[in-house]
Design a protein around this ligand. Structure first.
Ligand code: GLU
Length: 303
């Protein structure tokens, strides 16, 4: 059935993606990077950060609680069978834990959607957040950001049978899906009012809607969209050029300057010693884009 007509094939892809997401029978594509390829991060011994409430809490419990995404291929993905998270953001979270003296395998990851990140950091649900989280002035009023550790750019994902969408100007009168609370959603809302915007909690729901012709495009960062396109290359393509700059930061509670500055130092050290590049190559690099230079860490003073 999967190879005869176009509509059943689209449904087949959707079913395959769903089966992979649910860990059902058959042999779904491997979730995320090969574990044996992932770098090991040296755990700092005798590290102490008594000025950081989040670090003190984590040390007492014996692990960090880290917010992440669970449905973004190569970045933050949860294996439904094992519950394990993998991807570039997950590696960043692990190397940070190691630098702060707690073994990466002890981390408890919690999936937090784009719209809920600031609340989760402000009410202490998580110690830090690593999940395609753009640093910007508005968010900096609510939370702190270490980094940035990666530079993405907003882009568009369409079906391979779509020939009229090449950039955000082509979205007038078309249905475009993005995640609530994201910079991607806001940029289309503010700059392209003729686009018909649809919001869901996650980009993977947007992609399901794209595959079933409920929407005409999905918009968010290129790093995220490339992952979805790589999973269904016959059905989906990323089009045009990135039309924004999205520096990814590590979110921390706003007043925890000690944690933020320690994470800045840790990022710089992991970029210098090759861990950042090794992590990229074992995860996001699998999508075919060679390792870029990481953006300069913006170590802003305590506030
Ligand atoms: N980087 C953008 C943001 O932080 C889009 C991706 C996301 O929603 O995580 O809003």
């Amino acid at each position: 059935m999967c190879r005869t007509t176009r509509v059943p094939r689209v449904l087949c892809v959707l079913l395959a993606l769903l089966a992979a997401a649910c860990g059902k029978e058959g042999s779904p594509p491997r979730k995320g990077p090969a574990p044996e390829r992932l770098p090991h991060y040296r755990v700092a011994r005798d590290f102490r950060l008594p000025g950081s409430p989040a670090w003190v809490r984590a040390k007492r419990r014996g692990h960090f609680v880290v917010g992440a995404k669970e449905d973004q291929p190569y970045l933050g993905e949860k294996d439904p069978a094992t519950g394990a998270y993998s991807g570039f953001d997950i590696e960043i979270a692990k190397m940070m834990s190691a630098s702060l003296g707690l073994a990466p395998r002890t981390i408890r990851f919690r999936t937090i959607a784009s719209a809920n990140r600031e609340t989760a950091l402000r009410n202490g649900q998580i110690d830090y957040y690593v999940g395609t989280y753009t640093v910007n002035a508005h968010r900096k009023k609510l939370v702190g950001f270490a980094g940035p550790y990666y530079m993405a750019g907003q882009s568009l994902l369409v079906r391979t049978d779509e020939n009229d969408i090449h950039g955000p100007r082509d979205l007038a009168g078309r249905r475009v899906c993005s995640a609530a609370g994201s910079t991607s959603y806001r940029r289309i809302e503010a700059g392209h009012p003729k686009a018909v915007l649809v919001a869901y909690d996650t980009y993977s729901i947007c992609v399901d809607n794209l595959l079933t012709y409920q929407v005409d495009a999905v918009t968010t960062d290129d790093a995220i969209l490339i992952g979805y396109a790589a999973k269904a290359p016959d059905e989906l393509k990323v089009v045009g050029r990135p039309f924004s700059r999205e520096p990814y930061g590590i979110g921390v509670p706003r007043t925890d300057n000690a944690l933020r500055l320690a994470l800045d130092d840790a990022l710089r050290a992991r970029e210098r010693n090759g861990d950042w590049k090794a992590a990229y190559e074992a995860t996001l690099g699998l999508s075919g884009v060679p390792a870029p230079e990481p953006p300069a860490v913006d170590r802003y003073p305590a506030r």
